[in-house]
Design a protein around this ligand. Structure first.
Ligand SMILES: [Zn+2]
Length: 52
C-alpha cells in the first residue's frame, strides 16, 4: 500500500486512513501527509515526495 500523498510504502498497521465524504478512502504514511492533502497541497512541491 502506498501513501496517497508522497507515494511511500505504508507498513501494515501504521499510517493514517482518511475516508472522504464521497466514500473514497485515502491512505497516508504519516499525519503530515494527511494534513497536507486535506489542505490541498501539491505533492510535487515537496522534495521528500517520491511520486513526482
Ligand atoms: Zn506520505
Amino acid at each position: 500500500m502506498k501513501c496517497s500523498f508522497c507515494g511511500s510504502d505504508i507498513k501494515r498497521g501504521t499510517g493514517q486512513v482518511y475516508a472522504k465524504v464521497d466514500g473514497t478512502v485515502l491512505n497516508f504514511c504519516s499525519r503530515r501527509c494527511m494534513v497536507y492533502t486535506l489542505a490541498g497541497k501539491d505533492s510535487r512541491k515537496f522534495k521528500w515526495v517520491k511520486n513526482q
